[in-house]
Write a protein that binds this ligand. Structure first.
Ligand code: MOS
Length: 698
């Protein structure tokens, strides 16, 4: 791999060459400003007040004493806040009512926003918010997430092929096991923050989000404004992972800015994020695998259950990954959901795939043991020809190549398949593997490419760089399409005035935006070939990929990966340590090896975290969390990640103009299963419930 940090890449070939982040210097010197730190004149500060009860009604809010406190400007609540509409279908479907705050007196969960105190300074707002007296009428609440809830209902259409029970009965080997994952939170470095202000007749929001055109259209809908009357800017984002969409802070900031006629900023605290930012629901799975003597599947059943709130139906589709991975004569998958008095869950990196792959890939390891077949060989014997449920051909499916390359580099051939044999001092050592898969879609986007009179180029697109390196990737993509070097291309993102574009979500951001950037840049290059006179305002070309994307062939389109882990287990303390991890991925053409590797390593590290540490615990009495902060919620740190490698095999998507698929989410998929399988190999004990805490190992 060649590393170029100066931008002096060959005339073509920017894509595929490692490039440091174009905004890296701004970020490390503090020149890059985040949403909560951009100065505004006459700025007022809002502080959200969250319910302390888990279910009931707000009976009374004693605003009087608080309004007399120093600096306090107003207290918004259900009795006086502007009305919003939730009666629309937005860019990503119906709105999440979680964001429609102060519209009624009902309290659906602990931590529901009941008021916004606005003051001259954040300290004044906070002090007033903390002493605001809110009286409730409480009702009994139910937050008990259990696998056998009788009130669980279908979250999507079950996918069914063949007679599962008959094929299980006819199988030589059967695995029938239940797995669970706990409530998990994406508590990214930069908390949610938004500033709203009216600029003439136009509403402007400076925000930290995963899609400025999406947030613009949501706010326009909610406040019954024309989209052109709303501008959302989101230039630098300190992490998103699915949680930075439309939430209470943007909506309450707009309400307060409208009422007070001055700029208002609302920032979530770390603890508020545990109630208001969404989270990954706990999940419960039943996986049933039935195989012939040689390991080929007769039956595959996967039922996944998650919780949602009483205000919003969010389905964590844990059984979805099974619909892609393996075929069987009978194939039944279902995602179910139960409504509880809890905050609304949301997307969290690899929603569905992350918990679903833990269950499915751990069950596959159990089947390998029963069949006496190597776990990699078992997966290769079950490689499908076409989509197991859809019957569609695969655009590309390079899972086998990932396993071959991974096994070679990890040293898998030397492994004794029997568990509990390797000892080093007082430690038990084992290795495990698991497969990964994540969807590779594309969303319609527009882009503007401008040739400037000085010979440089400006590309504008409403992309979001949530830390992925998207801005840098788009610079490389644009340079190639323009036939120039990356140092002559300036990419501007995160401004809804640049036009509609897909979100940084579903691992589809860089792919979707690159498509639009390539289209605009290619046309601009063709125009410049005919005419080299550039007027002072430059020459601008606009692209729109709506039609191109609609023409994508109907195929199974996914990234794949093979995860490997080695663990050491201390039987005296129950401590599990991951010693090394390797992930080999087939994730489309890699635009920037440097930042793509970051994404994959980040996902794999999250997998270590998921396997061993992460768990948000709710108190059944109050409905709230124990320790909702980064002291109480454990995540993997540097010391937990001693040696970790990510690499890839060639896997160009033939129907994408750049060959991209997407690398944002696949790194976490299968990672926890590989670790759990390694723990079994070390100890001979199956751990079907995450995290694998010391007390569970002992
Ligand atoms: Mo990702 S969970 O699609 O932001």
């Amino acid at each position: 791999m060649t590393t170029t940090t100066t931008g002096r890449t060959p005339l073509t070939g920017a894509v595929g060459t490692a490039h440091t982040r174009v905004e890296g210097r701004d970020k490390v010197t503090g020149a890059a400003r985040y949403a909560g730190e951009i100065p505004f004149t006459d700025l007022a500060h809002g502080w959200l007040v969250l319910s302390t009860v888990a279910r009931g009604r707000v009976r009374e809010i004693e605003t009087g004493p608080v309004l007399d406190m120093p600096g306090v400007l107003t207290v918004l609540h259900h009795g006086n806040a502007p009305r919003v509409t939730s009666d629309y279908v937005g860019m990503l479907g119906v709105p999440d009512p979680t964001a429609a705050v102060f519209q009624h007196d009902r309290v659906p969960h602990a931590g529901w926003p009941v008021a916004l105190v606005v003051a001259e300074t954040p300290e004044q707002a906070r002090e007033a918010a903390e002493v605001l007296v809110v009286r409730y009428e409480t009702e009994p609440h139910d937050i008990a997430f259990e696998a056998d809830r009788p009130d669980a209902h279908a979250g999507d259409e079950a996918a069914e092929k063949g007679d599962l029970e008959a094929e299980l009965a006819a199988s030589d080997h059967v695995v029938d096991a239940e797995y669970t994952t706990p409530e998990e939170h994406h508590s990214m470095m930069e908390p949610h923050a938004a500033t709203a202000h009216w600029d003439g007749g136009r509403l402007e929001i400076v925000d930290s989000n995963q899609g400025a055109s999406w947030v613009r259209s949501e706010l326009a809908n909610m406040f019954s404004l024309d989209e052109s009357a709303v501008r959302v800017r989101s230039e630098h984002i300190g992490g998103g992972f699915g949680s930075k969409g439309m939430r209470a802070h943007q909506v309450s900031a707009v309400m307060a800015a409208t009422v007070l006629r001055r700029p208002v900023r609302v920032v979530l605290t770390r603890r508020q994020m545990f109630s208001l930012a969404g989270y990954r629901s706990p999940t419960a799975h039943r996986v049933r695998l039935g195989a012939r003597a040689d390991g080929r599947l007769r039956a595959l059943g996967h039922r996944s259950l998650n919780q949602t709130s009483t205000v919003y139906e969010f389905v964590e589709p844990g059984a979805g990954v099974a619909r892609v991975m393996y075929d069987a004569d009978a194939h039944h998958t279902a995602n179910e959901v139960v409504r509880l008095d809890v905050p609304s869950p949301t997307w969290m990196r690899a929603p569905g795939e992350a918990p679903g792959s833990f269950a499915l890939e751990a069950a596959f390891d159990e089947l390998a043991e029963k069949c006496g077949v190597d776990p990699i060989e078992l997966r290769l014997r079950n490689e499908p020809e076409t989509g197991p449920v859809s019957g569609l051909p695969y655009a590309t499916r390079n899972l086998a190549a990932c396993f071959h390359e991974g096994a070679r580099r990890f040293g898998w051939a030397d492994r004794n398949p029997r568990p509990g044999l390797r000892r080093e001092g007082g430690l038990l050592v084992g290795t495990g593997t698991a497969a990964a898969s994540f969807g590779a879609g594309a969303g319609a986007s527009t882009a503007l490419a401008t040739a400037e009179p000085d010979g440089t180029f400006t590309v504008r697109i409403t992309a979001a760089d949530i830390g992925t390196g998207a801005r840098t990737a788009l610079t490389l993509v644009a340079a190639d399409a323009l036939g120039t070097t990356p140092d002559r291309v300036r990419v501007r993102i995160g401004d809804s005035d640049f036009g509609p574009a897909w979100i940084a979500g579903g691992s589809m951001g860089t792919r979707s935006w690159s498509w639009a950037v390539t289209a605009a840049a290619t046309e601009l290059r063709e125009r410049l070939a005919l005419n080299t006179d550039i007027p002072p305002e430059g020459i601008t070309v606009r692209s729109d990929t709506t039609e191109a994307i609609a023409a994508l062939a109907q195929k199974e389109r996914h990234s794949y990966g093979a995860q490997f882990a080695e663990v050491a287990v201390d039987p005296a303390t129950g401590e599990v340590r991951v010693r090394r991890m390797l992930g080999i991925f087939a994730a489309g053409r890699i635009v920037n090896p440097l930042t793509a590797r970051n994404q994959l390593l980040g996902g794999m590290t999250w997998g270590i975290s998921m396997a061993l540490h992460e768990e948000a615990v709710r108190d059944r009495a109050t409905g709230g969390h124990y320790g909702p902060d980064l002291a109480g919620y454990h995540v993997a740190t540097h010391a937990d990640v001693p040696h970790i490698e990510a690499d890839w095999v060639d896997d160009t998507d033939p129907e994408d103009p750049v060959g991209i698929k997407g690398v944002g989410e696949i790194g976490v998929v299968g990672a926890a299963a590989a670790i759990a399988n390694a723990v079994w190999h070390a100890t001979g004990v199956r751990h079907r419930h995450l995290p694998i805490r010391p007390d569970r190992v002992l």
